[in-house]
Design a binder for this molecule. Sequence first.
Ligand code: AHR
Length: 483
Amino acid sequence: MQYCKFDVLPEKTGRAEKNLYGGFVEHLGRNVYGGVFDPADPCADENGFRKDTLALIRELDTPITRYPGGNFAHSWKWEDSIGPKEKRPVRLDDSWKQKETYQFGLDEFIKWCRLAGTEPMLTINLCTRGILEARELWEYCNFPSGTFLSDLRIANGHKEPYNIKYFCLGNEMNGSCEVGQRDAKAYAWIARETAKTLKRFDPEMKLIFCGADPEWNRIVVDECFEFMDYLSLHEVFNWKDGRKEYLSSMDVFGRKIDEAYAICEEIRLKHGSEKKIRISVDEWIVWDFDQRGKKEEEWTCGRHLLEQDYNMIDAVMQGALFSMFQNRCDKIALGCVAQSINVIAPIRTEKNSVIWKQSTFDPFKYNSLYGRGDVWKYEMQCDAKEEDLPPAVSIVSNEAKRSLTVFVSVRSNKKLDLSCVFHSFPGAEFIEALTENNEDLTLVNTPGNEILQAKVFNGIEPTENGFHGVFPPYSWNMIRFSY
Ligand code: AHR
């Protein structure tokens, strides 16, 4: 048994915003083709969108969705993806060795977003294209009418401007995977000049610049400060390093976030500005590089790529990651799981309306539902031994819902005896507790057998101003109160 006691202090870290729970639809494998879009599937709607995946995306309540990449962004020529479908060219995407048919394109994505209740966030191709194409993309999407491109949007059947507010200026442009890779100075130049012109069109838009290591970040933030809203950091968590290392890797990533944010703050002071630049973790994922999906022919459209099965440890990992995000909500403004459907994702599908939720689905869903609002500081005493990790914990209250939620991810093979005291919620009343756990750590969900899911937890004893509970090893848990 591991024993922990924590005191929820009457002091807030900040506000966990809804955009911490974003999604990501890349033209990669079967995220779009076979996931979002499959006109041949029995559950397709009149747009060819799969109604079953739409329903699960709504259940996750991802308020923002990044599109169309990822690495795919360097192959993206957005003009190919609009207009009559029979006239759209088929192209090659070298990042994932795919054929891109563009039967699902920009306009379809916006329509899907509206149905899914999510806000679009577009990645501009600054790798193989440039400033002009970025301006034109904005004009097509956002200008009301009376210009060549806004009228083209209208002619394509979309009278109202899309009013897209979030744009990423390139994807991982420091990385060797990217065609058009830049050093920090070269990236800062093209990103700043693109931002300059875009912000003349709409000063309120939110621009996300590629981040990387501290040296890169210092140059990019300094040179682009005037136009920057968020600095992007991406992270892949890989369990291969061993279970303890895996389950503590979000703490390591948390320190990277602290470091990047500290650079943003240092440069803010240098510029004598009030504007705070925060971090956008617009790709985070558990990705086991050995699980690559079925071997299928390259240079085709919609093959099984990066389709990974998630187990209980992955669910704990994801719960702990959300707690880390919430506890750093003063620094992190936005987060996107990479990715939403099939590709290293919480939702999986096969043909003929086969769909299932992975072990990571419920921790995502309940964090998204109850992890928005004020995040409270706490002090924790824990007898975690050398070989153990302490639980990952976060406490979020939502004034509109009058709800107080405690998230607990047990990162150890021992049971957790936990006592919690609230110091600023007198009379908080216990509503419910959920847990996801399983003794078999190798188990994964399969179609029709979603064994790894959140279930009612009866082990909570409410106390005068808190609670006590004994939680299962390697479990994800949520305890809710009203106040
Ligand atoms: O999510 C898969 C890939 O991982 C994305 O395309 C890329 O941006 C990242 O490196």
